[in-house]
Design a protein around this ligand. Structure first.
Ligand code: PMV
Length: 363
C-alpha cells in the first residue's frame, strides 16, 4: 500500500451528528524507534508490547456545520476541564491528516480525553492519546463510508495515529506490534503498524510490565527534538543498522522463549536509546540518579535469584520492569521491598501485555 490508498474523495453517506468513544492503550517498545525521515517515516523498524491498563479514553462528539469554515472547529477537554494548552498539538495533527479525512472542516468536534494513569506521571500519553483520537475520527469516516473493511479501518487508524506521534501507530492493535518496513517481515510497512507476523512462545503470554515512576515532571527534551538530533548524529547510521539486526535477532528469541537472550537484547536496546541522547549534539540525558539505582538493583536481583526480570526505558526517567507471569510474586515482592523507595511518592503502575484499543461507544 502507499499513502495514496488512504486518500478519500467522496463518501456515499451523510452523517449530521454522532459520538464515538475509544480507549487506546499505551505501548512499550522492545526495539526502539529513534530517528525519522520526512512525514514520520521511521529511520528503522520498531517492535512493541501493547499495554493493558495504561490507556487513554477519548470521546469525540461531532456535529455537521451548515457551512464548513476555513479552520478546524473543536473544543478540547482533558479530564473534565477545558485544555487550551493541548490545542496546538491537536491542530497540527488535524492539519497533517486533513488530506486523508477531507470532511474534518465540515464538522464541529467536542473532544474529551482522560488517561488511566496519574496526571503528569511522566508516562507519555501521546501514543495512546493520538491512537484514541485517530480511532474516533475513523469511526466518523466509517459512518460516511459504511462499506469500509475492518482491516482497512485498523490500518488507516494506525496510519493517521502515526502522523500524530510515531509510536501511536503501535497503539491500535495488540499484543506484539511491528512498525516499519523490513524485508524479513512480510507485510511490514513504514506507513502503519502490523501485528507481529510470526509465532511467539507461550512464556510471553501475559508478560508483565511494572512501571516505576521515577520522575513525574516535564521532560527537558521532547521526543520531537530527540528524533531530530539523530539527523546529524555521529552514530546514527550504525544505530539504524543495529536496530534492524536486533529485530532479526529477536525473531528466534520470541519463538523459542529464550528469556536470557531476550533480557540482554531488550536492555541493550534501552541503553542504546539513551546512549544516542547522550552522544548527540547538543547532548542530553533523561535518566535520573534513581533510574540508575533501579537498573543496578535489577541486575543484582537477577543474578542472585536466577529470574528473568529486566528493564526497558522510553524517552524518560521512568523504568519499565519486564518479567514473565510465573515470576510475578517474586518480582513484585522485590519491587515493593527494594525499588519503590526510588519512585517519586512511591508510585508505580502494574501493567501487562494487552490486546489493543477498544471501542467504548459509537453512533
Ligand atoms: O512516538 P514518539 O515520537 O514520541 O517517539 C517515541 C520514541 C520512543 O518511545 C523512545 C521509542 C519507541 O519506539 O517508542
Amino acid at each position: 500500500m502507499t499513502e495514496k490508498d488512504f486518500l478519500s474523495s467522496s463518501y456515499p453517506n451523510i452523517k449530521n451528528e454522532g459520538k464515538s468513544v475509544w480507549k487506546a492503550p499505551s505501548n512499550i517498545a522492545l526495539i526502539k524507534y529513534w530517528g525519522k525521515r520526512e512525514n514520520q517515516i521511521p529511520a528503522n523498524p520498531s517492535l512493541s508490547f501493547t499495554l493493558s491498563s495504561c490507556a487513554t479514553t477519548t470521546s469525540v462528539e461531532y456535529r455537521r456545520l451548515e457551512k464548513g469554515g476555513a479552520d478546524f472547529d473543536f473544543d478540547l477537554f482533558f479530564e473534565g476541564n477545558p485544555m487550551e494548552s493541548f490545542r496546538p498539538k491537536i491542530e497540527i495533527f488535524l492539519k497533517r491528516i486533513e488530506m486523508y479525512l477531507p470532511f474534518l472542516k465540515e464538522y464541529h468536534f467536542k473532544i474529551e480525553t482522560s488517561n488511566s494513569f496519574p496526571h503528569s506521571s511522566g508516562i507519555a500519553s501521546s501514543a495512546s492519546g493520538m491512537a484514541a483520537l485517530a480511532l474516533c475520527l475513523m469511526d466518523l469516516e466509517k459512518e460516511l463510508d459504511p462499506g469500509m473493511e475492518a482491516d482497512f479501518f485498523n490500518k488507516k487508524a494506525s496510519f493517521l495515529a502515526r502522523l500524530g506521534s510515531g509510536s501511536a501507530s503501535r497503539s491500535i492493535e495488540g499484543d506484539l506490534i511491528l512498525w516499519g518496513a523490513d524485508q524479513e517481515f512480510p507485510k511490514s510497512s513504514d506507513l502503519y503498524a502490523i501485528k507481529y507476523p510470526f509465532g511467539v512462545h507461550g512464556v510471553f503470554r501475559n508478560y508483565q510490565d511494572t512501571i516505576l515512576l521515577v520522575h513525574k515532571g516535564q521532560k527537558q527534551v521532547s521526543s520531537t527534538v530527540g528524533h531530530d538530533l539523530m539527523h546529524n548524529h555521529p552514530f546514527s547510521e550504525q544505530r539504524f543498522v543495529q536496530a534492524r539486526r536486533n529485530l532479526s535477532r529477536i525473531r528466534p528469541i520470541l519463538s523459542n522463549g529464550d528469556l536470557p537472550a531476550f533480557v540482554q537484547l531488550v536492555e541493550s536496546e534501552a541503553l542504546t536509546l539513551h546512549a544516542m541522547m547522550m552522544t548527540g549534539s547538543p547532548y542530553f540525558m533523561l535518566m535520573k540518579p534513581n533510574t540508575l539505582e533501579i537498573i543496578n538493583k535489577i541486575w543484582e536481583f537477577r543474578q542472585s535469584t536466577d529470574t528473568n526480570v529486566c528493564f526497558t526505558l522510553d524517552a524518560g526517567a521512568n523504568v519499565h520492569v519486564l518479567y514473565p507471569e510465573n515470576e510475578k510474586d517474586l518480582v513484585l515482592q522485590f519491587i515493593k521491598n527494594e525499588l519503590v523507595v526510588y519512585c517519586e511518592n512511591g508510585q508505580y503502575i502494574c501493567d501487562q501485555i494487552g490486546f489493543g484499543a477498544e471501542r467504548v461507544m459509537g453512533s
